[in-house]
Design a binder for this molecule. Sequence first.
Ligand code: ADP
Ligand code: MG
Length: 321
Amino acid sequence: REATLPAMNEFELIEHYFRGWRGSHPDLILGQGDDCLIWHPRRATVMSIDTAVEGRHFPAQSSGAQAAQRAFLPALSDLAAMGAEPAFFTLALTLPGPMDDAWLDAFARRLSELSEHYGLVLAGGDTTSGPCRVISLQMHGLVDAPLRRDGVQPDDDLWVSGFPGRAAAALPSVLNPAQASAPVDWVAAYWSPEPRIELGQRLVGLASAAIDVSDGLAADCGHLARASGLNLLIETSMLPQAPSFQGYPEDQVGSWILSGGDDYELAFTAAPGQRDAITALAAMLNLPLTRIGRAQTGDGQVLIRHNGEAHTLSKTGFQHF
Ligand code: ADP
Ligand code: MG
């Protein structure tokens, strides 16, 4: 592979694939086309950048559409975790030569569909050549009172959305489609995780802290615990089990749920007085919200209670990867 972009030059490429997408935002004074975009927000802006590298964050044989999903959806999930309303994003794209028009066309189409669906404007970016595909997305959202990691209070309940663990369960078949097969809901959890944007926004005022689960439920709860200077106790008997996990060994399922990343569900804490409101929210969103434990005084640990005994994660035998 040569490190050039033949056929179209950089400007033609941007013009062809990344201009003229639908969408606008009242606070975006100037989008693509100048040296900088101009953003004049009326509320606080949260921003997050995420990079997806070919062969690392998405398999090298991914289609353009699959790569777009694996780059965009996890990046957007950070806005959900802060309770923000999506506003705009920028795209820094590195592509190897020779240019693969079909791949880039599928990538740009899917990215434009996703950004339209979630209500974000593509407001700028950068395009370069390089040794492999690298997709960096900076997401920008609006929120008056962001959900932070450091807000957990003693005796808060710990909650999680959806059925975490399925993206991790899908991994063997994602990496080796010829040799392994997986239920469709696992494969969907990997290739098109659903950023919990509406949940995040509705948790503002209800939740005391939140994080999106990218590295694994236990590990990410560890970030909440450390940031807040408290312990979080997870009860394995309370963990939500995807119906498609039925029939798999308990240890395997526990490992998927507690240690598997890539689902982008939200883990959050809330005062016990919010239980009814959160249950009503679950019904309204048609999304399971499950109480899985609680906060207690401590020094920033996650404790897993399994069969009546509390351990740190490494001692439960759930950490297989
Ligand atoms: P500069 O050289 O001043 O950094 P560029 O040549 O990188 O400008 O980009 C020209 C314009 O095209 C800028 O407004 C930039 O935001 C936009 N742009 C470049 N690459 C992309 C992309 N992949 N997606 C969207 N906009 C892009
Ligand atoms: Mg540039």
